[in-house]
Design a protein. Structure first.
Length: 337
């Protein structure tokens, strides 16, 4: 065989090494994606709570506003010990970062980074308009929650069949200039109030922030009375569970009452439990001398008689044994020969 036909031991060396490194790089990329490639999206109504679980490798939480994508704000750093915005609870892998009531200012991307400033995970948060449906009785007050909005930024617009007016602007009531709303619009730190509603107040109440973004839409209708159980699943569940529980309770009371009556009847009538002995009732048989056929000895009270005993007669054939017991009965019968 010529030198050209002889296989070289290093022919497949570079290819195998290259393949091995390719596998290592792919595995590393897969692990990186698994550990640091977590992405998510969340849509919340205005005023809802935002909760983000912090990865155990997370050392920083950054926020990139939706309306300013080139800006990055540090909300939490492990070394700081507290959050600049929101709050952190838990330890280790059970750490969570909260915002109690989100607003449009909280829309954007939340980035978690590790000790080496590498991205651990990202989540995009979007805030949407909240819809409310209210039913009021004429003369009551309609309350419109601010849903986390600052009172100074609140604007309330009413649209109905009879009017289309602004009731609150920059947190101050302006309905005082309208005859129909004189002294009926009040503002509070957490809600707006329309007093003494009537048929002209039926319609849509639009709550906006200072930038004109819709925070909530409240649709109000009048009703004759409030239904106490409508829209309350907890009350319906309690009523559903209370019916069979009440039936069982009544049945148990009846059963126990019947058992107690039966027991009392049995206690007052002992003959029903211990019936009197059957058989002939009369005086005890006469005593005879020992050895005579049919001799019967009675020691103690005879059946059907009182506790008085009948000792054996004196004279011939006198009993020489121990004195009879007043509560025992001994019968000895000799066979007749």
């Amino acid at each position: 065989m010529s030198h050209k036909d002889t296989p070289s031991p290093c022919t497949h060396g570079p290819s195998a090494e290259k393949m091995m490194w390719t596998v290592v790089i792919l595995l590393a990329a897969a692990l990186h994606v698994e550990s640091y490639g977590m992405h998510g999206q969340e849509r919340l109504f205005h005023g809802r709570q935002l909760k983000i679980y912090l990865n155990k490798n997370c050392d920083k939480l950054e926020f990139i506003p939706a309306d300013d994508p080139y800006n990055s704000i540090l909300y939490w750093d492990r070394l700081m010990g507290r959050a600049r915005k929101g709050r952190v609870s838990g330890t280790g892998s059970d750490r969570r970062w909260f915002i109690d009531k989100v607003t449009y200012e909280d829309q954007g991307t939340y980035v978690q980074r590790d000790f080496w400033n590498k991205e651990v995970s990202t989540i995009k948060v979007a805030v949407t308009t909240r819809l409310n449906f209210e039913k009021c009785v004429a003369g009551e007050s309609l309350y419109i929650p601010l849903e986390g909005l600052d009172l100074a930024d609140a604007e309330l617009i009413f649209t109905g069949q009879s009017a289309n007016v602004t009731l609150v602007h920059d947190g101050a009531p302006v309905g005082q200039n309208l005859p129909d709303y004189w002294n009926r619009v009040e503002t509070h730190s957490l809600r707006l109030e329309i007093k003494s509603v009537n048929t002209t107040d039926e319609g849509r109440y639009l709550l906006k922030d200072r930038k004109g973004r819709e925070v909530s839409i409240t649709k109000m209708d009048l009703t004759d009375h409030h239904e106490t159980t409508d829209g309350n699943p907890l009350m319906a569940l309690l009523l559903l569970l209370g019916i069979p529980a009440g039936i069982c309770c009544c049945c148990r009371k009846k059963i126990f009452k019947k058992k107690a009556t039966t027991a009392a009847t049995l206690q007052t009538t002992p003959d029903a439990v211990h019936p009197p002995p059957s058989g002939p009732v009369g005086p005890s048989p006469p005593y005879s001398a020992p050895g005579q056929p049919g001799t019967v000895y009675y020691h103690g009270p005879s059946p059907g008689m009182g506790p008085a005993g009948h000792p054996p007669p004196a004279g011939p054939g006198q009993w020489n044994g121990p004195p009879p017991s007043p509560v025992s009965v001994f019968i000895h019968i000799h066979p007749i020969t």
